[in-house]
Design a protein. Structure first.
Lengths: 314, 314, 314
């Protein structure tokens, strides 16, 4: 069993430092006239997505392509995986075909870890249920460091993560990573969508967005998933938006150097107003661009770094 | 904002001449044992199709591949784009990922122009609603010139465009381009499917296919879209076919040097008989082959020509 | 019309020998640090699948990629091919786009042969209805030879093919090929799923799995298709499983050197127990790995071997 990236806890402080440094290198590669390196030539990267997410899948596939790897795309609907065992058979088939690494997204928390126990090749968790999405946290940390020019740490940076924190794999990975890097994280949302027990969440919590607006460097808005409303966890979309949406008026009351982030895709007018999404204070597009470089770093780190291929980056 | 190709009106006479000349070069490349050139190596071409059209999408993707570009494929259904703003967010995400050009098809007229106003990178319109489909017109013009050996013009060539002209982006682009190149175009169809006001259509119109059969060099059949019948714009499929289908018998009454064209996919027995589609007078397969070279020309012209990459074609 | 691979009967004994030898070479290539060869650089391989089969399609596409060919992927649902003529038009369009070979899967027996009569380029049958799946038979033959180290023949090897033999293209191709190579094949299944007339099947038949368990070198389990039960060809899934499933207990009663094979995807607990599928006696994952090399051999044999490209393998 090779090393995989299934959660932020998999990473030592050294690992994080290495990945952020590799990200810097690959983001520079992406600025070149020909943004490709032969680092993973001959390697095959498979994407195995049980939830539809074109943008995340293509971010990884473009990362693989820019490293000169070949790509195998498996997209599966839940209907084609009704039996528990097929997950194992599908994963083993991909490995037997000759894939060197699998980037996997699945609707069940813990599924990527489970699959990695069956295979010899490394896996990258591209989102498993409400568990983790570690490359999103890495790219977010990188984007914040770069914007605030804080070097390799986030000491002194305050981040408010706003919305359905409880069900968010993005929130879970970000809280772990950002706090380890020194940031102070505050979770913001209605009581039903904030973890009751914060002992595993190195963060503070509040039910009032107003309370944190003027004291945060980063306002990180989460996606609102409409199924939460039908589950009666929150009374209504309009009630939720009234209390927790980043409106133009609220944007005015943030620090003048504060930035707005969102993992995408955004729903304008629900959790974020167009004025906030499109403002010069928004890092949303920067997050997308950063993602490709960070994913190149992760793929390279798992597949190439231990094989003396580092020099081939240059 | 870079230069885009959204309609034939975007192109000057010089542009058209350049594009047709580049098409000739790339169609020669496609005849080689290894039909690839490094002209766009390191560039990323994204296809963004909101309407399903495997053949058009693959024609563009093959064109990109033969220029050594990388390809990102976004296929979206209307259900995943219910909100107006998402079109903007999707397009901005593709640009932020690092795409250098977007080939876009959309069900709404004008949507490609709209998206191009939001982005820095060039767009190619691969069909927007009932508006335009400029690469289809370019490949059709090229195929006619090549067949009749008329050089860089179409003077003296008469073209009948037959069927649902009013709703056809293919007809709209072809009329503009063919007439600018000197061809005489006649629109043929039932009154409800021919434009009432011809002031913007540099063409004649008639409701009788019989009238033009013996005087046209090109019989250009349009696709019949079955939704027109449910909209009651034409009485019935059989009535339409009786009057406007290119039957074997009608093919007999055309000039012996006349050719049959169709943008595809054809529905044999509806707008065109198998005898016409498969006859030696059919240019339908030539149109498909020509399309790849013409799309290579368009991609190269928008991405490579101004960057001193021309020499890399050879 | 080029040479195609539509059925095992297309192949002479020499052809089979050549293909198995090429498979050996390409499986060695796949063991290299960079498992790619430039043998088909500039060639375009199209996959045209009218039935969904991600694993077979990706096996061919990976094979093409490792030979440095470009890939065009056409996936079509039955709903988009309601008219008979469109099959011809779709195939002709792919050829006109510039594909050099089409790998085709279709729900109708004989469809690949039919399409090959319309085109100039070669086709590879990746499964046509209940007719044939010749690359599956080639990879199975290779895997058996390799496992039992029998050289270029299968003399003395006894193979039991178990399940819904009558509707299985895998069984049909395997019986032909394995028997030609000298293996003794026994078909095992309920009366309604075994051919009545064995004159075209060079094999014995029995309705009792127990009879063959202790005398077979290979227990080849077929997929059970649930639609057979609704067609009343067999009484029930549980009855079928009780009689013809390879359980852990039955595995015990096979020869100690016997192996288990299955074309995939397997349904654990229906035709095969997890204990059998995951045992060290299972060749299922070896079959998948072998498939990529065998398909490289087939693509190369049809596209490159006659063009003096053989030297480019090394």
């Amino acid at each position: 069993m090779s090393r995989s990236l299934t959660s932020i806890a998999d990473l030592s402080d050294d690992d994080i430092s290495q990945l952020l440094e590799l990200s810097r290198i690959f983001l520079e590669v992406n600025q070149r006239e020909i943004p490709k390196v032969p680092a993973l030539r001959g390697k095959t990267v498979a994407t195995l997505f049980f939830e539809n997410s074109t943008r995340t899948r293509l971010s990884f596939e473009l990362a693989a392509t820019r490293l000169s790897a070949d790509v195998l795309t498996f997209t599966l609907t839940t209907s084609s995986v009704s039996k528990g065992e097929s997950l194992r058979d599908t994963a083993e088939t991909i490995e037997s075909l000759g894939a060197d690494l699998i980037v996997m997204r699945h609707f069940s928390s813990g599924s990527v870890q489970l699959v990695s126990s069956w295979l010899e090749i490394p896996l990258v968790n591209a989102g498993d249920g409400a568990h983790e999405h570690p490359t999103q946290a890495l790219l977010d940390a990188y984007a914040i460091m770069e914007h605030f020019n804080t070097g390799k740490r986030l000491d002194g940076i305050s981040v408010a993560i706003v919305g359905d924190v409880l069900h968010s794999r993005v929130a879970r990975s970000n809280v772990q990573l950002l706090s380890r890097l020194g940031a102070q994280v505050t979770l913001v949302g209605p009581p039903a969508l904030i973890p009751l027990d914060l002992s595993l969440w190195p963060a503070r919590a509040t039910n009032s967005l107003e309370d944190v607006l003027s004291e945060s460097d980063v306002i990180y808005m989460l996606r609102v998933q409409s199924e939460r409303f039908t589950e009666s966890l929150i009374p209504s979309m309009s009630e939720f938006s009234r209390l927790f949406s980043l409106t133009a008026e609220r944007l005015e009351r943030t620090r003048k150097e504060a930035v707005v982030m969102h993992p995408g895709p955004i729903i304008r007018g629900v959790e974020i107003a167009a004025e906030a999404a499109d403002s010069s204070r928004s890092l949303i597009r920067t997050q997308v661009t950063t993602g490709v470089g960070v994913r190149m770093a992760v793929l390279y780190w798992l597949l190439g770094a231990n094989q003396g291929r580092l020099e081939s980056i240059w």
